[in-house]
Design a protein. Structure first.
Length: 400
């Protein structure tokens, strides 16, 4: 019997900006020529190619954290000054860089078909939310979006200059997700860069689309855990439409003793990494007989995504209107998709008379501590020991 369900939506689209929606190189070429000529220096296709190559290598260094933004801006113009005819001895590379960024900001160029694609995405996918997740200068990004009309279709901007961290750092995506306020599973990253967009999505455990793939695609897909590839906006639209429609329904079914074998498999898959890391884990290695007894003593609900069993939550009453969550586990390939949060909410709805819910988890498992406190609203109210393991005790109280 299905006791409850909750929908996981796929509707948050995180787009890289340059060479995904905007033609960065066209704007860059135009702005560089304007700024160099305005300062009495020569400009040519050869100079632009050299600037582009230098700029790319410096951005890779910035993504690795080996140089600062100011160093990048300084070095790229010192390099281009050395290639130009004319006197650059009195020029401040940072001031020229600022002029260059401002000039780019009013000379945005759309990728062919980008605006029509964004309009179609918003119109075709229910509650589609479109965000920009980009490394770069804020004034440059905002200006080029405004000059092309792209800004009218955007729900939020995540620009590295404002955020103080760049893709592919997981902290960049943590900030994005905190502001979006929805599970990772509701989001997908779309971009052209392997080293920032695809690696960033991999680091943050997000679904991803590699736009305009090139080189050894099969090797890159494996190395960066890329879920989809698209070579045109038409192909990208179909991929995103399918991804959105694939959003799962999370359901909960009360376990019976006949489910003991299934639950042993779920527990073993969910707790195997803990067993490997620590050499022991109470949830790993249970026999079917042990699980049958546990089902009789501690009511459990199997978590299903569609029709696939992906986890379990157990909860039992400890007193009048007081309950304790004994176990919450999700198999690895479904972790990070908001299923645990939905399971805790299900318990609160299922035991609708609750005033207090408690649970314990090993104190050293910081990701669990953050999950229960930051995602589910529990507080740590004390510690206790189970053999050699220090446990944190959590409590959530309903405000009447």
């Amino acid at each position: 019997m299905i006791e409850g369900q909750a929908e996981i939506m796929h509707h948050n689209f995180l787009f890289d900006l340059d060479q995904t929606l905007l033609d960065f190189h066209a704007s860059e070429y135009k702005a560089l020529g304007i700024v160099l000529r305005a300062n009495g220096l020569s400009f040519s296709d050869e100079i632009y190619r050299a600037f582009k190559a230098c700029n790319k290598s410096l951005w890779l260094e910035l993504e690795k954290g080996t140089i600062s933004r100011a160093e990048l801006f300084t070095k790229r113009f010192l390099d281009v000054f050395s290639r130009c005819e004319g006197d650059a001895s009195g020029l401040d590379p940072l001031k020229v860089n600022d002029d260059f960024i401002r000039t780019m900001s009013v000379n945005g160029v759309l990728m062919d078909g980008a605006l029509e694609f964004i309009r179609k995405l918003r119109e075709s996918i229910p509650d589609a939310r479109i965000y920009i997740a980009s490394n770069g200068a804020t004034v440059n990004a905002k200006g080029r979006m405004a000059s092309t009309g792209l800004d009218r279709y955007i729900d939020g901007l995540f620009i590295s200059e404002d955020m103080g961290v760049t893709k592919p750092d997981p902290a960049f995506f943590d900030l994005c997700l905190n502001q979006i306020g929805e599970p990772k599973s509701s989001c997908i990253m779309i971009g052209d860069s392997l080293t920032s967009d695809m690696l960033g999505a991999k680091n943050a455990s997000l679904d991803s689309v590699w736009f305009m793939p090139s080189g050894n695609v099969e090797e890159a897909v494996a190395a960066y855990c890329i879920k989809y590839c698209a070579s045109s906006f038409d192909e990208l639209f179909e991929i995103l439409k399918k991804w959105s429609s694939d959003a799962g329904i999370i359901r909960f079914r009360q376990a019976e003793t006949d489910d003991a074998g299934l639950l042993v498999d779920i527990y073993n898959a969910s707790f195997f990494s803990d067993y490997q890391r620590f050499g022991t884990c109470p949830g790993y290695g249970k026999t079917i007989e042990m699980m049958e007894e546990s089902i009789r003593l501690y009511p459990k609900h199997i978590i299903l995504c569609g029709n696939k069993p992906v986890g379990c939550i157990s909860c039992h009453q400890t007193g009048p209107q007081e309950y304790e969550i004994g176990c919450l586990c999700v198999i690895p390939e479904y972790q990070g998709k908001g299923i645990g949060t939905q399971a805790v909410k299900f318990v609160q709805d299922y035991y609708d008379d609750w005033k207090r819910i408690t649970l314990v988890t090993p104190l050293h498992k910081r990701e669990n501590v953050r999950f229960y406190t930051e995602k589910c609203g529990f507080q740590v109210v004390g510690t206790e020991r189970d053999g050699d393991t220090e446990l944190a005790r959590f409590l959530i109280e309903r405000q009447v």
